[in-house]
Ligand binder design. Structure first.
Ligand code: PGA
Ligand code: ZN
Length: 395
């Protein structure tokens, strides 16, 4: 593939913060990609380059300047070669020189452009590149937002409905559940990921509410993202004003998993608490998914390590945690090689880019986390998944 022109600009994400959008041109074709941005970010994520005032002028300037000069007129044998070139151009281990946000916008746009040039759907091009079998993921719909996404109103960051089945019916079932939950909660604020942001007096209440809903709908269950790095202070975890030791927290998770239809717990411990992860996975990992996010940060090396120590049995994959599509696909390969499950994920600051839906379908991910239904940017991902299902039936 030969790139004729590179153009980047800054757009606003769902939080009204600036993020990078890049368009690549080849022949008469062009492809645009924009990158999401996290708030409860992992310590070991690749560096999102921000100006001191929070803007992305430097990241955009890096795409329009150094990256554009290096790519324009260049022919790349493969997308992997292009991504490797971007990584080496940056030259730092955490992509802090040019910015992982700058690099990923180019990497996704290149993947999209290449699919266009080949005349194949994006999810098909991703599957071919990754050597995976495309399949529809389960929907992980974040219906109640807490933690860093809603001023820490709820004990855990995310309360999720997990819905399996054919995408269109799973999607409409999820919407019905979302509406019903809203009616039961009454007027409450909304959180960063397009879900409700209520307050509860007890740890159990949100689980009871969701369990009642799950009982009414087949093939559904509950998931949480504890995002526990955010709860960790002075060697203990704070939940609703009470402190838990790692052992006490393990007992709490075990009892919640025994009483409620829980599918998974993401980041149950701080990102550096490796032995606590291993103990919990040994304790309840046969029954539910223990998912690494801040723990593994889509980093192939960290995933390998966590798998070897049996810290988790599933991994969240967020391309912007690592900075190129090629490395995110390598992370998926590590997950499969270790026989763990892949859950593809959006970020709490999102754009209208639906790449993550194609990514989830293309790699045949077990699940897709794309937020609640009160924000268009989240809905677009689910809608794209429905459209992919139609495309897959015809191509
Ligand atoms: P973030 O949250 O995008 O703010 O990091 C999402 C998550 O923790 O899964
Ligand atoms: Zn998470």
């Amino acid at each position: 593939m030969r790139i004729d022109r590179v153009e980047a600009t800054s757009i606003f994400d769902t939080r009204g913060r600036a993020t990078v959008e890049t368009t690549l041109f080849a022949h008469t074709f062009s492809a645009t990609a924009s990158v999401p941005s996290g708030k409860s970010t992992g310590e070991y994520e690749a560096c999102e380059l921000r100006d001191p005032d929070g803007g992305v002028t430097r990241a955009v300037a890096n795409v329009n300047g150094e990256i554009a000069r290096a790519l324009t007129g260049q022919r790349f044998e493969s997308l992997d070669a292009l991504d490797a070139f971007l990584v080496s151009l940056d030259g730092t281990p955490d992509k802090s020189r040019l910015g992982a946000n700058a690099l990923l916008s180019v990497s996704i746009a290149a993947m999209r452009l290449s699919a266009l040039l080949e005349g194949v759907p994006l999810w098909g091009a991703i599957a071919k590149r990754a050597g995976t079998t495309p399949a529809a993921p389960r929907l992980y719909v974040n219906v109640m937002n807490g933690g860093a996404h809603a001023s820490f109103k709820l004990p855990f960051q995310e309360y999720i409905l997990v819905i399996s089945g054919e995408t269109p019916s799973a999607f409409s079932m999820a919407q019905e559940m979302f509406t019903k939950l809203g009616e039961r909660l009454g007027r409450v604020p909304m959180g960063d990921e397009g879900g409700y942001a209520p307050t509860f007096d007890t740890l159990e209440r949100p689980f009871e509410l969701l369990a009642e809903l799950v009982k009414e709908f087949p093939n559904t269950s509950i998931a949480i993202d504890a995002a526990a790095s955010q709860l960790f202070h002075d060697d203990t975890y704070r939940l609703l004003g009470k402190s838990y030791t790692p052992e006490e927290l393990a007992r709490l998770y075990k009892s919640l998993a025994a009483r409620f239809p829980i599918d998974s717990i993401e980041d149950p411990y701080d990102e550096n608490a490796h032995t606590d992860f291993t103990r919990l996975t040994a304790m309840i990992g046969e029954k539910i998914l223990i998912i690494g996010d801040d723990l593994t940060v889509t980093n192939p090396t960290r995933i390998k390590e966590a798998a070897r120590n049996k810290e988790i049995n599933s991994v969240l994959i967020k391309p912007n945690q690592i900075g190129t599509v090629g490395e995110a696909l390598q992370a998926v390969r590590e997950v499969s090689a270790a026989r763990l499950k892949t859950i593809a994920s959006h970020r709490s600051g999102e754009t209208e880019d639906t790449f993550i839906a194609d990514f989830a379908y293309g790699v045949g991910a077990y699940g897709l986390k794309a937020g609640g239904f009160a924000q268009k940017e989240r809905l677009l991902k689910y809608n794209r998944l429905v459209a992919i299902g139609d495309e897959a039936g015809t191509v």
